[in-house]
Ligand binder design. Structure first.
Ligand SMILES: [Zn+2]
Length: 259
């Protein structure tokens, strides 16, 4: 067998987009640039140091102006860090779910592992577009998947079947899709329940917040993950929880009262 046949398939990176998607990863998290006819969308923004590789991937100054939006999957610093600089340099509007917006704008403390949240820089950025479940941002449909954080979302590029899952589904060490560790979740039970929102989606590729993207057999990988990880939704008491399933007001949000 020729040596070339033993080589694994090339990993798509900044050198060559696939399905219009360029993967930009640091040692921990992933961000994605998605090329569309009207311009480029960025999904998540790594740590604050990530602004530099993200700008490099975007290309020369005139290309930066084609950035149409910075779409955040959730408030954690390893996904939001570079957003402020990117927004400042390109003017591209930032989108995030309304439940995570206060933390992203530094109007409430971040929800997450306390030590990490305190240690890591997470520059504040103004959220121009407050997202709700079902909203559209460019070609992406917003899927509210609370649990990892109250305002965690996934973005589905419906025309191409590209699903960007943030930390709601990540690629684990085993190489399979997995839930984020409980200790990193605001409400781990809800995170597993939220997987129901992925039921029946037509996907051709899956792009997690951490770990390798799933380019091949994505539909099979997703249904396998749902069968292993999903919990069955129990009726929600809407007198306590908001219409989207979980607290309208959570610790740290405006209106939250202790005790
Ligand atoms: Zn996270």
């Amino acid at each position: 067998m020729a040596a070339s046949e033993l080589r694994p398939a090339p990993v798509p990176g900044p050198a060559g987009p696939r399905e219009g998607v360029t993967v930009i990863a640091d040692r921990i998290s992933n961000a994605y640039l998605v090329e569309e006819p009207e311009g480029v969308y960025l999904i998540d923004a790594l740590f604050s140091e990530g602004a530099r590789p993200l700008l490099k991937a975007l290309g020369p100054e005139e290309k930066r102006k084609t950035l149409k939006g910075i779409l955040l999957t959730h408030q954690h610093m390893d996904h939001v860090g570079g957003a402020a600089r990117l927004h400042w340099l390109t003017g591209a509007p930032v989108s995030a779910h309304r439940f995570d917006m206060p933390a992203i704008e530094h109007k409430s403390p971040a929800i997450g592992p306390p030590l990490l949240s305190q240690l890591m820089r997470r520059p504040a950025v103004t959220v121009a577009q407050r997202l709700e479940h079902g909203a559209m941002v460019g070609p992406f449909q917003v899927i509210h998947v609370p649990g990892h954080t109250p305002g965690s979302v996934a973005y589905l590029h419906k025309a191409k079947g590209l699903l960007f899952t943030g930390d709601t589904l990540i690629t684990g060490k085993s190489g399979r899709l997995a839930l984020t560790r409980r200790t990193f979740c605001y409400d781990p039970e809800q995170a597993a329940l939220s997987l129901s929102k992925f039921e029946g989606l037509k996907v051709s590729a899956i792009f997690p917040g951490h770990g390798a993207p799933v380019w091949d057999q994505a539909a099979e990988q997703l249904s396998d993950a749902l069968a292993r990880l999903r919990k069955v939704e129990t009726p929600v008491d809407h007198t306590i929880f908001g219409p989207e399933g979980r607290p309208e007001i959570h610790p740290g949000m405006p209106g939250w009262k202790e005790g």
